[in-house]
Design a protein around this ligand. Sequence first.
Ligand code: AP5
Ligand code: MG
Length: 239
Amino acid sequence: MNSQWYGIVLLGGPGSGKGTQAVLLASTLNIPHISTGDLFRSNLKQGTPLGILAKSYMDRGELVPDEVTVGMVRERLNQPDCARGFILDGFPRNVAQAKALDAVLAETGKAISSVPYLHVSDAVLLERLSNRWTCRACGAVFNKVTPPPREGCKKEKCDGELYRRPDDEPETQKNRIRVYEKQTAPLIIFYAKRGLINEISGEQPVEHVQLDMLRAVNLGMQDASSRGKATPAAADEAC
Ligand code: AP5
Ligand code: MG
């Protein structure tokens, strides 16, 4: 069994395909896919105070406050299934969260090993968000190219109801892209300064993006072993 540790951060705008790619990568590498957006949505479904708080930000396309988000991620990363690594989708989303993540990993002597960055133009992002359906039961995502069956999900015998995410409404979509440009895009430089970024065109077919992604994370591992692990101190210098 592969004992390699993977600390993967997936970067990319709203609708760039982070979730689609993370599911495939998680299955190939046998490590968990951790999406902060999905964690908030699941909390909301269960009616927890965290979910209700998060909804007020998500509905506007704004970021949920860092202290709430970082606490939730810290708890998730401490679960036993993260022992061999994880794929973070949607976290970190600003430099403060990236530094907090470094500190959490440093507690166990770990560091991020690779950061695939999915590049997709704003026009394509908007088109994708306007044509996305998600299954309420299994979370499967459908689009214009692979439209959902009329009668519901049907992925691996699932018969969940399909819905459109409330934050996929036109005004919220645009604000999410603005928030991404202002707060999240600076992370491309943050991680590039550590040699961790691999830019991938997210406008290719899903399978081609996945191949690039696998190359990126495995090359990242080789680079990390020859370069030594990044440290939070190095990240501070980078900023
Ligand atoms: P989150 O759920 O993370 O949303 P997001 O980043 O806006 O990204 P999406 O999930 O919309 O898109 P995706 O990149 O996963 O694309 P997907 O694979 O679905 O966050 C939602 C909200 O939660 C935030 O706005 C914020 O309020 C809050 N939040 C979350 N994390 C936070 C944090 N760390 N701090 C603070 N707040 C936080 O694909 C999109 C569509 O395109 C699908 O239909 C798919 O089928 C299709 N598609 C995918 N790949 C391809 C391809 N190669 N070709 C054609 N179509 C494709
Ligand atoms: Mg997603």
